[in-house]
Each structure stands twice: as C-alpha cells, then as structure tokens.
Design a protein around this ligand. Structure first.
Ligand code: GLY
Length: 308
C-alpha cells in the first residue's frame, strides 16, 4: 500500500482579480502555504487524516482573510451564523453544526458532535449548549464584526443582494468558504468544510458546508471532497457524494471525477463554485466553475503547491 500522505486545502472559489497583484495576493498564498506546512507536519509524524483536516480548518477559521470562523460574513440581521462539518472516511462517521454563533472554531465543535454524541448534526442554540457542555468558550460578537464585513453587509443590504464573499457581482471580491481533505500514511481519508455562508443570507439559512454528501464527503473506498461556492447549487446536486460515486461506480481517476462532477454542477444548475479532492491513492485534484479558486496541496509527500 502507498504509505505516503497527501493534503489539500481551499480558501474559497471566486473572482480574485482584485488580489491578483500586490500584497493582498501574497497574504492569501502565504496563509495557504503556512496552513499546508502545519498539516504536513501532522501527517508526516503519523497523525491521522482527521487530525490534519481539523488543524488546517482551525487555522483557516482563525485567519480573517477567509469566510469562516473569525472572518465569517454577516447574515440579513448583521449577525454571524456559521456552518461546519468533518467526516472520517474510515468508517463514514461525521459531525456537523449549522447556524451557530459566538464559537471561534465551528469545525472543532463539529468534531465534538462526531466524537461525543450519537448524532451527525446539531444546529443553533442546541449546538451552542452542547459547545458549553464540552467546555468551549463563547466569544463575543465583536470577535467577528470587522469593519470590512460590516461594509460588505451594508453594501449587499442596500442592493438587496445575497452574495458569496467573493462574488463577482459584489463590491468586494474576497475569498469564501474554507476546506481541507487529507490522506494519512495509513490510507485513511478525511474531509472538513467550514463557512460563514453568504452575505446577507436569510436568518436560519444553512448552506452545503455541513451537509454530508453536498459540501463535504469522505470514504476510504473512493475519495475525500470539500466544496466551496453557492451552497444551494451543491445541495441540489449532492455534489461531493456524486463525485465519490463517479470514482466508485465508473472507476474514474481523481482528475476526471472532479471534471465530470463540476460539469454536472454547471450543466444541471449553472452552479457556481469548486471542489478539492484526494483519492484513496493520495492523488490531488480540483475543478471550479468560477474564474479562480484559492487552493494548495501536497501530493504523496511531495512539494507544497498553491495557486489561485
Ligand atoms: N458554500 C458555502 C455556503 O453556501 O454556505
């Protein structure tokens, strides 16, 4: 068996022309590189794919550049409501949270749902109570409310729009949802996705990120997938599971599976977004319908790559 490790992360699909040049672009790429190097360390010393995707997702949630954790966008009430999920490909166990506020790292809470409950998903106040029960601290609103997020929300509200953090139609064209997929040295796969959702979204709206099979999926038999983009498009096409099925049922390789998955997204619902994938052999692949997607990868212990 191949006993190398692989890791792939994304910081959102979208139009990134505004950061193509200059120090903003460098900051995004630097952040992706640093997160990958932390993940590499975890995997290289024998850490599990689950540990690696959690570490990477937590670091991305802690970086205000990205639409997750402290960088989350605001809903129609000017509040942060976040979704996250994590899935273990070795036994198909999964944990997810949706519509949560005042939690710094939703992906950690999702993993606690997996580890400490009989359930897959907890939402809203119930999820927050569970967080408290697990000893997770509630962070104040001001932890999330940056000047940039408030301006972005007010602009969307004025125009009556619901936008991706990085939507081309928006005034701001920043990056969105974050995600990580990994294969550890034992051949186990895992995936994690975390997001603040879309700007000016309805109170209570849940996207694809915490939905197993839509925005996140992992199965040792096939692959691990994390998605980014307009959640509704990924929920309607159950895209992460569809891509896994393309590998299992049609025996497609990683590149062809993401290509055909994204073609389906485009053709059936004119879907906007992208996916990252690692297959059971540690091959990394990505595809997107947007102009760009910030992402990076380490394939079978090789060089650290990143691009948008
Ligand atoms: N893909 C993130 C969301 O739509 O919420």
């Amino acid at each position: 068996m191949n006993n190398n490790y692989s890791l792939m992360i994304h910081g959102g699909a979208g139009t990134l022309d505004h950061v193509k040049e200059g120090k903003d672009a460098v900051r995004y790429l630097e952040s992706i590189r640093i997160v990958l190097e932390h993940g590499r360390y975890v995997l290289s010393v024998g850490g599990s794919a689950m540990e690696a995707v959690e570490v990477c997702a937590v670091m991305l949630e802690d970086d205000p550049l990205f639409n997750a954790g402290c960088g989350s966008v605001l809903n129609e009430n000017g509040k942060v409501e976040m979704d996250a999920a994590i899935m273990d490909g070795s036994d198909l166990s999964a944990g997810a949270v949706a519509g949560i506020s005042n939690i710094a790292n939703p992906v950690m809470l999702a993993r606690l749902v997996l580890a400490k409950t009989e359930h897959v998903m907890l939402v809203g106040e119930g999820a927050m109570r569970f967080a408290e029960h697990c000893g997770m601290e509630r962070v104040p609103d001001k932890y999330f409310l940056t000047k940039q997020r408030i301006q972005q929300y007010e602009a969307a509200k004025r125009k009556g729009q619901q936008l991706l953090d990085h939507d081309a139609a928006g005034q701001e064209q920043k990056l969105g949802t974050i995600g990580a997929v990994a294969r550890d040295k034992q051949g186990n796969l895992a995936a994690a996705t975390s997001t603040g959702g879309i700007i000016n979204k309805k109170w209570g709206r849940v996207g694809d990120s915490p939905i197993v099979g839509a925005g996140v999926y992992a199965d040792n038999v096939t692959c691990a997938v994390s998605a980014t983009g307009y959640g509704e498009d990924f929920m309607r096409t159950v895209l992460a599971k569809r891509i896994s099925d393309l590998i299992e049922l049609k025996n497609l390789d990683a590149n062809l599976a993401v290509k055909q998955g994204i073609e389906y997204l485009q053709n059936r619902v004119k879907g906007r977004g992208g996916v990252i994938l690692i297959d059971r052999e540690g091959r990394c692949a990505s595809a997107f319908t947007t102009k760009k997607m910030i992402h990076g990868w380490i394939e079978n212990g090789g060089e650290t790559m990143h691009r948008f």
